[in-house]
Design a protein around this ligand. Sequence first.
Ligand SMILES: Cc1ncc(C[n+]2csc(CCOP(=O)(O)OP(=O)(O)O)c2C)c(N)n1
Ligand SMILES: [Mg+2]
Length: 319
Amino acid sequence: MEQKEELLAKMYYRMNQARFFEEKVSWFNSKGKINGSVHLAIGQEASSVASCLALDEKDFITMTHRCHAQAIGQGMDVKKMMAELLGKETGYCQGKGGSLHLSNMADHNVGSNDVPGMGYNLACGIALAQMLQKTGNIVLCFGGDGSTNEGDFHEALNLASVKQLPVIFFIENNYYSVSTAIEDHMKVESITDRAAAYEIPAVSIDGNDALEVYDATQKAAEFVRSGEGPMLIESCTYRMCGHDSSDLQLYRSKEEMEEWSQYDPIANLKNQLKEDQLMTDEVLRQLEENAKRSVNEAADFAENAPEPSLEAVLDSVYA
Ligand SMILES: Cc1ncc(C[n+]2csc(CCOP(=O)(O)OP(=O)(O)O)c2C)c(N)n1
Ligand SMILES: [Mg+2]
């Protein structure tokens, strides 16, 4: 078991790294250096990062389209991530995956997906393999509120429940599916109600409170690993940015956005760490600086990395 201090430092560092990484991605995107769309998770860092930290090293994750903070939470290397986003040879998928097909199977990261809900059944398949092979590994499956309306979600929950698969369905409820507010796309009060239909235990948590996210995921991981079957966590959070770079956010009020900006998950963790005297200002500042430096180095690495060669264009392409 990791020392508490080490864990909190890793949590604060990776949440900052995710924020700086995405600010840099946004800048590269505005300069036309990233092809295709990117979906930022600014405001969702506690949810995406602290959940991953509750896993063991060999556990698996499946990611959504809003994947950068999830990947950083799981410990992916920001240099290889940035190179991948810029389409460079030194990226995780030799520049062929980009943000929407970013993966790292070697470290049990099954990857991001452009189709909402694609991760649910992938997670079930991997969990079934872990069960049959008795590896003791579990799967943390990320999803979004909107994707729980997909058939895939319901099929996966049913299968996981019937087979008692070791999966945590971790739903990041940011109250929107692109421009559609949650009350306009589902009738149930909470996504946990959906788990009840499959007799899957579920909890709803404050996804902007990193410590609560970590505790809830750790409890769920214990439950799931013990062979009791799947669990669902609804992690309530807020996307403090547009759905993608073309989003003018005309579907929500300035007051609502302003209110959530007062509840920034990074500032929230910082305040908690200071109030509980778990970290000094100096240590916090150092972690922020280190995180920023790692992202600047990643950006330099990616910009100076070679383009994939023409000869390699069909390598690792299966369909
Ligand atoms: C098959 C398919 N349908 C629709 C889309 C467009 N799309 C991308 S993300 C998204 C909304 C997903 O909402 P949610 O699951 O709440 O995740 P969030 O974007 O809020 O993180 C939609 C409709 C798509 N990429 N693929
Ligand atoms: Mg959403």
